[in-house]
Write a protein that binds this ligand. Structure first.
Ligand code: C2E
Ligand code: MG
Ligand code: MG
Length: 717
């Protein structure tokens, strides 16, 4: 029977004496274990290597967690204990089972068992577990692996008061590459992106592909936001370098969101959520940027969520209204029509800007419902205007991909009894991000109905003139940002507007300059021969009844009215901060901020050379010395410069750990405190504290400038 079993090649028999010395082993296993060497008479356990503790748990099974010598010593029955041997330069893996043999008196007499070669099984299990931990395309760690690693690191570091940063990286325009050049090229591109990321970070173990075009990096013991910002900048620069994949040139970009434990989250989950909010902010601030998490991001995410909830039944509750802004012939000042602009009268928040809620509606499916209502309402209104006056309606890219759009448009026109050529649909360049064939079909269907099409916000988006050749636009609307910059500082914008107008004329399209507010802007756009103007200089958007009131007498011209010159937006800041001096905490207002210093106000008559610790909130403390002082204003210089926060703002390099803040007596809710105090100061309810008479005017006592300074020094170290 023994030899019959052995010939099946499933396993080999073996036996030992009471001392564990080998007394028999089938030929197959004998050769694998020892080759030509004599094997009988040697202790069985010595044929194997001491068990490797890192052995994968899934593979061990049974009582395999125990090492072979340990199991042997117990003299009990065992099953499938895994052991490893090395012979002829290769590794063998074995599953060993045995039954103790007893003599007539019940004494242990040795083992008799089976040994089976499980090398192959073992290898594929290893491969599987590698697969479970790695992204097969790039070979980087996968989401699961990275999640576990971050979890372990953050948990372990919390106890040791160490910090750990994580970055979420999202590629910009990857979808376009995938859609236009195909998935194999997209995959090859992702591999190169992975290589570039590993090169920047310098350690493959710290980079992971979360899936799709999203990557994550983990940076233990890094909390310096200056360094993190530099790293994010070089990641973005590296990823944005052109690629050549199988002869195709690809250009993509990247946005990066950054969060650091313990400041931005005490668990891995919280940290990743907050890095994700920062990534969202980076993308919304124009892509190709990095952003650090701040508490405000969470607040605005919460506001967004609340708005989305309220938006659901805003239409049913009659909170939406259309305003109309006249579009005026640039040469004659005659009103040729109006753009319909949606307004939301929120019961608690008052007017909510469409710039805020339209993107929210676009992220959910609400935009289609809102868009349909806008179309119907605008057509109804326009049907009451003098013949020849047009109405323009904004159509979001999300509506544009909806196959129902032509039917909805036709229906709105028919039920209002409006001629199709009196309706102009405003489309942004965003629609060209969709698949080309579908876009062209939609254009054809809409043109088939007979409506006009306008390209909105021209010059803000993807700045390719290519689609002007093929898309059947009747009008180009030049974005406000061009008009804004075209007088004064950015004379090149005027040349650009002139070029757009020339191009539009050649293609038989009209042009509208948006956002004209002042006479110098109006003169400039007239010089460039723009055909239409829309802006505050003629009229702000007005309620429907006001608009129709003006049209009552037929032809209607508006006399422009506005400032002579464009007012430059002043970049002065207005942010409430805290100022710690000795054992007082003062509310202060930040008037001006640069990397090396600030202009603050809130304390009267501070002598030069005084040292303050400024509290920008969220653990951002900086030591500052008064260099200039006049009345309630002080110019201060920082002893450590601030760093770029990636979004046009500044932040401190390091933050102070919560327990150090508490030790320095910095109030936990310092932001609310200073905001309340500043409001009271502004309302004249309290007076501004005088430096010479401390302790007056709503300061918090019990803070410690010395402890705060020490905390800045320690946490920066
Ligand atoms: P838009 O289509 O480019 O509309 C022009 C925006 O510029 C309007 O802002 C208008 O009030 C503003 N504006 C006009 N003249 C001036 C000016 O002289 N100076 C300045 N500073 N601004 C001027 P509004 O009404 O806040 O709308 C913002 C954006 O929201 C619109 O940009 C449009 O993209 C979107 N939107 C508005 N209504 C709708 C709608 O019914 N559907 C969709 N999908 N989007 C809409
Ligand atoms: Mg528009
Ligand atoms: Mg526009």
């Amino acid at each position: 029977m023994c030899s019959a079993f052995e010939s099946l090649n499933i396993g080999s028999f073996w036996s030992t004496d009471a001392d564990g010395v080998l007394t028999y082993i089938s030929p197959g296993a004998r050769e694998a274990l020892a080759g030509d060497e004599p094997i009988l008479g040697r202790p069985f356990c010595e044929l194997f290597q001491p068990s490797d503790v890192s052995e994968s748990h899934e593979f061990r099974g049974g009582n395999g967690q125990r090492t072979l010598p340990f199991t042997f010593a117990k003299r009990l029955r065992f099953e499938r204990v895994i052991a490893r041997s090395e012979n002829r330069d290769r590794l063998w893996w074995w599953a060993i089972s045995a039954e103790p043999q007893l003599d007539g008196q019940g004494r242990f007499n040795g083992f008799r068992g089976i040994i089976a070669d499980v090398t192959e099984e073992r290898q594929s299990a290893e491969e599987n577990s590698l697969l479970a931990m790695n992204d097969p395309l790039t070979g980087l760690a996968n989401r699961r692996h990275m999640g576990a690693l971050l979890d372990r690191t953050v948990t372990a570091y919390a106890a040791q008061k160490r910090s750990c940063a994580t970055m979420l990286i999202d590629l910009d325009r990857f979808k376009q590459v995938n859609d236009t050049l195909g998935h194999p090229i997209g995959d090859a591109l992702l591999k190169v992106v992975a290589e570039r990321l590993v090169k920047v970070i310098g350690d493959k173990e710290k980079v992971c592909r979360l899936g799709g075009d999203e990557f994550q990096v983990i940076l233990p013991d890094v909390d310096d936001r200056g360094r993190l910002g530099d790293l994010a900048t070089s990641i973005i620069a590296q990823v944005s370098e052109p690629y050549t994949i199988e002869g195709n040139r690809c250009l993509i970009g990247a946005s990066v969101g950054i969060a650091v434990s313990p400041y931005d989250g005490e668990t891995a989950q919280e940290l990743v959520r907050n890095a994700d909010l920062a990534l969202y902010a980076a993308k919304h601030n124009g892509r190709g940027r990095h952003a650090f998490y701040t508490g405000e991001l969470l607040e605005s995410a919460e506001q967004r969520r609340q708005l989305e909830e309220d938006l659901h039944d805003a239409l049913e509750k009659g909170q939406m209204e259309l305003f109309f802004q006249p579009v005026v012939n640039a040469a004659t000042n005659q009103v040729s029509g109006a753009e319909a602009l949606i307004r939301w009268n929120h019961p608690e928040k008052g007017h909510v800007s469409p710039a805020l809620f339209i993107p929210i509606a676009e992220e959910s499916s609400l935009i289609c419902k809102l868009g349909e209502w806008t179309l119907r309402t605008a057509c109804m209104e326009a049907a009451r205007w003098p013949a020849g006056m047009r109405v323009a309606v904004n159509v979001s890219p999300a509506q544009f991909v909806d196959e129902q759009l032509p039917r909805i448009v036709a229906h709105a026109l028919a039920s209002a009894g409006l001629e199709p050529e009196r309706l102009e649909l405003e489309i942004t360049e965003g629609v060209f991000l969709q698949e080309g064939a579908r876009t062209n079909q939609m254009f054809a269907a809409l043109k088939g109905i007979g409506v006009r099409l306008a390209l909105d916000d021209f010059g803000t988006g993807y700045s390719s003139l290519g689609y002007l050749k093929t898309a059947p636009f009747d009008k180009i609307k030049i974005d406000q940002s061009f008009v804004r910059g075209a007088t004064g500082l950015e004379p090149r914008n005027k040349a650009i507007i002139r070029a757009i107008v020339t191009l539009a004329e050649a293609l038989d399209m009209e042009t509208t300059a948006e956002g004209v507010e002042s006479f110098d802007q109006l003169d400039m756009v007239r010089e460039t021969r723009v055909s239409h103007v829309q802006g505050y200089i003629f009229s702000r958007p007005v309620p429907a009844r006001d608009f129709i009131g003006c049209t009552a007498n037929g032809a209607w011209t508006i006399t422009p009215n506005g400032p002579a010159k464009q007012r430059h937006e002043r970049m002065t800041m207005y942010r409430n901060i805290g100022a710690v001096h000795e054992d007082h905490y003062y509310p202060a207002v930040l008037r001006n901020l640069s990397a090396t210093g600030a202009l603050i106000e809130g304390i009267m008559d501070v002598p030069l050379g005084e040292k303050f610790v400024l509290d920008f909130g969220e653990g951002q403390l900086v030591v500052a010395i008064v260099k200039r002082s006049r009345g309630h204003q002080q110019g201060v210089e920082f002893d450590t410069p601030l760093v770029d926060d990636g979004n046009g703002g500044l932040c401190t390099r390091q933050r102070i750990l919560p327990h150090h803040l508490a030790a320095a007596g910095i109030p936990r809710n310092s932001k609310e405190f200073v905001t309340r105090q500043v409001a009271q100061l502004a309302a004249g309810k309290i007076s501004m504290p005088k430096f010479s008479v401390m302790n007056k005017g709503g300061t918090i006592t019990g803070t410690s400038s010395a402890a705060a300074t020490a905390a800045v020094a320690t946490d920066a170290a």
